[in-house]
Design a protein around this ligand. Structure first.
Ligand code: PSV
Ligand code: MN
Length: 404
């Protein structure tokens, strides 16, 4: 590919459309996509976990893999951890280890869904003994945050019921509310808690935090450091996620994303694969509503079943980069004028034109300016990292959640 000539042609066209190409490149260079530690180990569906040769077996190997993805892309400089899957004795040492490899530790995710005691829930369990245990785990994670240098506590609860009448929905709501308000008090001074919602699974009658409105209501009750986390796979068919994003951003309560793609349920496929226009819509709201005013955390949350782990993660990061680039080349001033003139399809056409623009030369240019290979997938396929980890690590059978 003749990257430079193609880039120059594209830059000229964009400039004619009133786009500041240098400003777009500067934003792309600052993009930050966090990858999840659990995406580097063996994971899959509830039916089968296919072992992948070279899959990371522990947090140290997960950090090495995340650092490799960052080395290829230049825009994935942090890794989210899940406790206790990534539990270690020396958290400061872990942060140091990540730093020595060029990345940092991002969101700390407590795990309230794997222990036997959580069968009927964690913070909303009918038993006060279980609730106290869950709260102790929450506090443990708040204490881990400053040790690993993290400012984010990322919360998701599997809590809910399977049958009408199983438990009191309103009693559970009040339990959750008081536990989250208490959590807020344990956050480090610079910390934030991100409240994730999901309308089903593993609970199938009701889930205690089923949608963004419930998460938002909880965040308001907790205080300034509580925000909502939007997992793109956690909505009913047809939900307009871009609308939710725009609303939360405008309220200053959009804390972050768990990015993935879905077709049917919480499919946890590679973000931007079967839903590229939806991902673009989300990014246009972020850019238009002023993501700069909000400290939004962009995190991948996927479960790769048949795909090679590292290539899947790499493609995920690159798909976010592509969607962001397309959203950045929209002339929002011009769009606003067309919107106000009432030209429905003219306004829509502005977005479609950006979406249909081939931004690959722009991204190749940005990568070269960042000292990266212009085609990270080609670089990945050509180098020996995957072969080496397969030889060094072998095929590991690893415990961990099949459902993400
Ligand atoms: C739940 O489906 C979820 O999306 C939550 O974010 C968890 O922390 C993650 O998956 C991993 O199980
Ligand atoms: Mn998630």
């Amino acid at each position: 590919m003749t990257y430079t000539a193609d880039y120059e042609r594209l830059a000229e066209r964009l400039t004619q459309q009133g786009i500041d190409v240098e400003a777009v490149k500067a934003k792309l260079k600052k993009q930050h996509i966090e990858t999840p530690s659990w995406g580097y180990g063996n994971g899959g569906t509830r039916f089968k976990v296919f072992a992948w040769p070279g899959a990371a077996r522990n947090i140290h190997e997960k950090i090495a893999d995340a650092a490799y993805i960052h080395q290829l892309t230049g825009i994935a400089p942090s890794i989210a951890v899940h406790i206790p899957w990534d539990k270690v004795d020396d958290y400061a040492g872990l942060a140091q280890e990540a730093k020595s490899k060029g990345i940092s530790i991002g969101a700390v995710n407590p795990n309230f869904f794997q222990d036997d005691i959580y069968k009927l829930g964690s913070l909303t369990n009918p038993s006060s003994v279980v609730r106290e245990e869950a709260m102790a785990h929450m506090i443990e994670c708040c204490e881990i945050m400053p040790k690993v240098g993290s400012t984010l506590l990322s919360l998701w609860f599997a809590d809910g019921t399977n049958y009408a009448g199983q438990d009191s929905i309103s009693a559970r709501k009040r339990l959750l509310e008081s536990a989250l308000v208490e959590t807020h008090r344990y956050l480090p001074a610079n910390g934030r808690m991100l409240i994730e919602y999901k309308f089903f699974e593993p609970a199938f009658y009701h889930t205690d935090l089923a949608d963004w409105g419930m998460a938002y209501a909880m965040a308001l009750k907790c205080g300034e450091k509580a925000q909502v986390l939007v997992d793109t796979g956690h909505h009913a068919q047809g939900t307009n996620i871009a609308h939710i994003v725009s609303f939360l951003l405008d309220e200053g309560r959009l804390g972050g994303f768990h990015l993935n793609a879905r077709r049917y349920a919480d499919d946890d496929l590679i973000v931007g694969t079967n839903n590229p226009f939806e991902l673009f819509e989300i990014y246009t709201e972020l850019v238009a509503t002023g993501e700069a005013a909000n400290d939004v955390a962009y995190m991948i949350d996927q479960s790769h079943n048949i795909e090679p782990k590292l290539e899947a993660m790499l493609v995920s990061v690159l798909n976010c980069q592509t969607a962001y680039a397309k959203a950045l080349i929209v002339n929002y001033g011009k769009l606003r004028e067309i919107q106000q003139s009432g030209d429905v399809l003219g306004a829509h056409g502005v977005l479609v034109d950006a979406f249909q623009t081939d931004v690959r030369p722009l991204l190749a240019q940005v990568r070269m300016e960042m000292g990266r290979h212009p085609d990270p997938v080609a670089a990945y396929r050509a180098d020996g990292y995957v072969k080496k980890v397969a030889e060094d690590r072998g095929i590991a059978v690893q415990a961990g959640s099949a459902i993400q």
